[in-house]
Design a protein around this ligand. Structure first.
Ligand SMILES: NC(=O)c1ccc[n+]([C@@H]2O[C@H](COP(=O)([O-])OP(=O)(O)OC[C@H]3O[C@@H](n4cnc5c(N)ncnc54)[C@H](OP(=O)(O)O)[C@@H]3O)[C@@H](O)[C@H]2O)c1
Length: 249
């Protein structure tokens, strides 16, 4: 990947079927990458994303998996290697959000939140580190709540918080193979992931905190991910906080 382009590279996009991950999949394909479009429950969206890429002349394959299971993480990378011969870029957009007071949070909710947000991210990094080619790029998705002092998001922000340390450790441990590892932590983003946890008043508050009085758009974040995968090859071990809010769809 020394030439810093996505042309003919292989990209694994976990959660790559829809919303932010879907736009990363199609944008990478437009730049010439072969894309492994992972999904958990969004099978129809994954097929649609693969079709969109193929209709535009690109190559893609859909892979289902529950990435809280290490065996499924390994199968995802196996499929990438078996289908396209290797992996150059690995992006993990998986996440699960819950806004709930600590006093009301159950053990089951805690385990589910840390399973998707922390455990899946850890073993995705591990398997990416094992399977990715030299000069590869690994990018995880966090949240701007990592830098916030707020209530209600203990298991979401808390579940994503370890990613900063996983990222820094992996950046050091994989550096001798010229593999960069970074974390992109967007502000409140205008997707169906965000709204069920918030009141209309809080949505307006979040808008008021951003440029243009609008939530972060997925179009604000994809260029940052693309930059880290290409021209920004020297960034490693970093958490980036793109908050956007100014893109006109
Ligand atoms: N929207 C926001 O306000 C916001 C703000 C900052 C950061 N983020 C982060 O950005 C990322 C993308 O979010 P989004 O807004 O684009 O929403 P999204 O499409 O709902 O993203 C969540 C992804 O996680 C996947 N997932 C959930 N459980 C899984 C499991 N057990 N195994 C594997 N994959 C699983 C989902 O796959 P399926 O759909 O196939 O089940 C989905 O692709 C997330 O990591 C989120 O935390 C979002």
């Amino acid at each position: 990947m020394a030439e810093h382009t996505l042309q003919d590279k292989v990209a694994v996009v976990a959660g790559g079927a829809k919303n932010l991950g879907g736009l990363i999949s199609t944008t990478f394909a437009e730049s010439g990458a072969k894309v492994v479009v992972h999904h958990h429950s969004s099978g129809d969206a994954a097929e649609q994303t693969v079709k969109e890429i193929e209709d535009a002349g690109g190559q893609a394959v859909a892979v289902q998996g529950d990435l809280t299971r290490v065996a499924d993480v390994r199968r995802l990378f196996d499929t990438a290697v078996d289908t396209f011969g290797g992996v150059d870029v690995a992006v993990n957009t998986t996440g699960m959000v819950l806004r709930k007071p600590i006093l009301e949070t159950s053990e089951e909710e805690y385990d589910r939140m840390f399973g998707v947000n922390a455990k899946a991210a850890y073993f995705f990094l591990q398997e990416a580190g094992r399977r990715i080619n030299d000069h590869g790029r690994i990018i995880s998705l966090g949240t701007s709540l990592l830098a916030a002092f707020t209530d209600g998001y203990s298991t979401y922000a808390g579940g994503k918080a370890p990613l900063e340390h996983f990222t820094r450790a992996a950046a050091k441990e994989f550096a001798d193979r010229h593999i960069s590892v970074n974390l992109v932590a967007p502000g409140p983003m205008d997707t169906p992931f965000f709204y069920p946890q918030e009141t209309p008043e809080r949505v307006e508050f979040h808008k008021s905190q951003a440029l243009g009085n609008q939530l972060t758009q997925i179009e604000d974040i994809v260029p940052v991910v693309r930059f880290l995968a290409t021209e920004g090859w020297w960034f490693t071990g970093q958490t980036l906080f793109p908050n956007g809010g100014y893109t006109t769809r």
